[in-house]
Design a binder for this molecule. Structure first.
Ligand code: ADP
Ligand code: ASP
Ligand code: MG
Length: 422
């Protein structure tokens, strides 16, 4: 069987949904599972709505109406002679409105409420695509991924219980996949108690990998707005080159360092079962894209990853003790406790430097803790450039007009923390 995943950009409007349906229709409908994300920027809008709801702000209603209107517009453009087919979407509107009409449960952690509301994006988009496919004569079956993907209760970053999940997935889908295309949501899961969870922002690629792993899929294809994996993000670079074949190792390294074209958790389950991952363009579905698998050759050209808005924090023990096991375990423990991911680290005898995404709220809680033992210096507004399979020429090229603050080289990867002088 095969797994397809369509991201938000592919279903951002009615034309997008028609295009996705066209790609699905080209396939054998049997043994095809389709994972779909929320439409366009819906998840961002639902996040705004959630914060407003939790604070009981007056704009809750208008924020929700905007989201509802965007979905209604897509339905209006898609509905043919039988608009009743979109009834399940209106039922979801009713569910959301029922939640919003009540005050937030004071006993529920905010992250749990976040998952409950934000997950509606995927429920809505999959209901719309499913209805449209059925209306246009293709038998498809809508499945609630929350019933299949079991996670712990780490809301907003649910950890998958693989044994339970694979059992539910195979029990539910094995026969269904023999009869019709199955449509389901990316990004969502639920706890043993039946509370909705999400897998972390941009987690729908990961959902596709979870289904593929459990179903021993022959392949996964993630359909994107780019021709495949490129050697840099085309949003920042003019002259990008498409990579035809990529090893799992290079793919996981690129994703880990921030190449947002693939969610970093996607590769492991696929590599573990040697399932190839295709990255293809939903705008040019006839083109082959990139295939990620077990290949001999490594990346043919240097690949770049830019992370903007980085903060460099340097810690100096007040008592002049070495940066050794004791200090390091204390530092890592505190970063983990406040949920701050370290993008780069480097130490000398009595200083330890890290580069992190600028997250003012979390850092404001972490820094006072660290200040008990360390003197802290702090540098904001930086860029972190990672080059996989670098050479000196490419390093010189990216450093033009930049001040270099930290450089770290391993055999295949260089990371540069820079300040833009432009
Ligand atoms: P979706 O949410 O629709 O699944 P994303 O927007 O998350 O897709 O991923 C596609 C985007 O990833 C592209 O539009 C591109 O800007 C960005 N991107 C970052 N790095 C790369 C890269 N190395 N190759 C291709 N695209 C990249
Ligand atoms: N809709 C979710 C998000 O925007 C998941 C995804 O798109 O992969 O984060
Ligand atoms: Mg995405």
């Amino acid at each position: 069987m095969h797994v397809f995943k369509f991201g938000g950009a592919s279903v951002k409007d009615a034309q997008g949904v028609r295009n996705v349906a066209g790609i699905i229709r080209q396939q054998d409908p049997k043994q095809l599972l389709v994972v779909i994300s929320a439409m366009g920027e819906t998840t961002n809008a639902l996040e705004q709505l959630t914060w407003a709801y939790l604070r009981q702000q007056p704009d809750v209603h208008s924020l929700w109406q905007d989201i509802r209107a965007k979905h209604e517009q897509v339905i209006n453009e898609l509905s043919g002679s039988n608009p009743a087919i979109f009834e399940p979407v209106f039922e979801l509107f009713v569910d959301i409105e029922a939640t919003l009409s009540q005050e937030p449960d004071a006993y529920s952690p905010p992250d749990r409420i976040y998952d409950q509301l934000v997950s509606f994006g995927e429920l809505l988009s999959t209901r719309i695509v499913n209805a449209y496919l059925n209306q246009s004569g293709l038998d498809s079956y809508w499945v609630d991924a929350r019933r299949l993907i079991r996670t712990d209760d780490s809301y907003r970053e649910g950890k998958v219980d693989w044994d339970q999940t694979c059992e539910y997935i195979t029990d539910t889908l094995a026969e269904l996949l023999d009869t019709s295309v199955v449509i389901t949501q990316g990004f969502v899961g639920s706890t043993d108690e039946g509370n909705t969870t999400t897998l972390g922002r941009d987690g729908s690629d990961y959902t596709a990998a979870i289904f593929a792993y459990c179903l021993d899929a022959e392949s996964v294809t993630i359909w994107k707005d780019v021709p495949g994996v490129l050697n840099a993000d085309p949003r920042w670079f003019d002259e990008t080159v498409k990579i035809d074949q990529l090893t799992y190792q290079d793919a996981i390294e690129l994703a880990y360092y921030g190449a947002t074209v693939i969610h970093p958790k996607t590769i492991k389950p696929l590599q573990n079962k040697e399932i190839p991952l295709y990255v293809r363009s939903f705008l040019k579905p006839e083109e082959p894209g990139t295939v990620i698998g077990n290949f001999e050759k490594r990346l043919p050209i240097p690949s770049f990853i830019f992370k903007m808005n980085q903060t460099l924090i340097s810690l100096h023990p007040k008592d002049f003790s070495f940066i050794a096991e004791e200090n390091l375990s204390k530092i890592f423990g505190q970063f983990a406790e406040y949920g701050i991911k370290i993008n780069l680290m480097q130490n000398t005898a009595i200083s330890f430097s890290v580069v992190v995404d600028n997250q003012p709220e979390r850092l404001a809680r972490l820094l006072p803790q660290l200040q008990e033992d360390f003197r802290i210096s702090y540098n904001e507004g930086l860029e972190l450039i990672t080059i996989r399979h670098y050479d000196e020429k490419t390093i010189d090229r990216v450093l033009v007009n930049k001040k270099l603050l930290v450089e770290q080289k391993s055999r295949y990867t260089v990371q540069l923390v820079v300040k833009d002088l432009g």
